[in-house]
Design a protein around this ligand. Structure first.
Ligand code: ADP
Ligand code: MG
Length: 319
């Protein structure tokens, strides 16, 4: 690599995020050497976000950095893993120092919050795209997967749903700068990975998935992996006041079901653990929205009545 690339890596990425004793060799060599704790397995995740595909081209560097790591932390949370390390592949058209200042500062801030060290990566020229590969630990055998739900288990989601899809619509129509006052837009630009909740769920959940493609799609995947069905009640979906104000209830429910980029956790709790789980102090809002059932697919109810639902929306909304 050229001297300027070396200088760039040195300036921005040599020391980013947490300093961890389990990083034996970090940025600067041909590879990282990492030491997981005894009695733990490593959970590895990777996500790529591409300008114009996963975020609007005019998105601020701070949001791009935050989302690139947050989507990976959300995957680790869904596996009940404690985050530890990340690798960063940064593809960009040119080295713009003010963009890189903002990008590195936001990545550093989120990495520090969750104790993640940047241990290596790659820096290349090309259309803007960011890949983060993150790793975390789980005590042997304690990971959560999508496939563990059983009929009778209760269905919960964290946070509120649909905000990010509404925020993305705002971002796509807005000018370049961050509108920090806008709650919905922040929910797209700066998703909060539910890492602490994921760790709590080790003791309660039978299965977990993070909601990245919309609740209906992700819950359908979880039910299929678990070999059962699921039922949910639209009236019980957690919706933010901002989303209800901006869109009204029916449209908000549709965004909650089909909008993407929420990065909330959707999980199953066996009935015998639900009382203890509901009494537990939690790091974020958690709402029961339904249950797993024998059969297959996702049955959607509105005030108790089953409604026809497809990926394109609710039939009664299109009539
Ligand atoms: P190589 O030619 O061996 O692939 P590179 O020139 O790509 O090495 O990278 C040199 C060092 O800098 C490596 O340790 C690599 O992990 C690290 N590195 C490169 N780009 C990044 C980045 N964006 N973030 C963190 N570390 C990086
Ligand atoms: Mg390289």
């Amino acid at each position: 690599m050229s001297n300027s690339e070396f200088a760039l890596i040195d300036r921005y990425f040599r020391s980013l995020g947490a300093i961890r004793a389990d990083v034996i060799v970090g940025v600067g060599d041909d590879g990282a050497v990492l030491r997981p704790p005894d009695g733990h397995d490593v959970v590895a995740v990777l996500d790529t976000i591409v300008a114009g595909r996963h975020f609007p081209r005019q998105t601020a560097a701070a949001s791009i950095a935050h989302r690139a790591l947050a989507v990976n932390l959300s995957d680790l949370a869904a596996m009940a893993a404690q985050p530890a390390w990340m690798l960063l592949s940064l593809t960009m058209e040119r080295a713009d120092t003010s963009w890189l200042d903002d990008f590195a500062a936001a990545l550093d801030a989120l990495a520090l919050r969750f104790g993640v060290a940047l241990v290596g990566g790659d820096t290349v020229r090309g259309p803007l795209a960011i890949t983060v590969q993150a790793s975390g630990f789980v005590p042997t055998g304690r990971q959560l997967t999508r496939s563990g739900a059983r009929p009778g288990d209760l269905l919960y989601v964290s946070g509120t749903l649909g905000d990010a899809a509404a925020g993305l619509a705002i971002a796509e129509s807005a000018a370049a700068s961050l509108v920090t006052g806008d709650y919905l837009r922040r929910r797209f630009d700066f998703p909060e990975p539910r890492v602490e909740l994921g760790l709590q769920l080790r003791d309660f959940a039978s299965a977990c998935i993070d909601v990245s493609d919309g609740l209906f799609a992700d819950l359908s995947r979880m039910a299929a992996s678990s070999g059962c069905g699921a039922e949910l009640e639209l009236m019980d979906l957690p919706l933010s006041g901002a989303l209800l104000d901006a869109h009204g209830r029916e449209s908000a429910q549709r965004l909650a079901m089909t909008g993407g980029d929420d990065y909330e956790l959707c999980f199953a709790v066996p009935p015998q653990l639900s009382r203890a789980f509901e009494r537990l102090a939690k790091p974020c809002q958690v709402t029961r929205i339904g249950q797993f059932v024998t059969g297959e697919g996702v049955v959607v109810r509105s005030a108790g009545a089953v409604i026809e639902f497809s990926h394109s929306g609710f039939d009664h909304f299109t009539s």
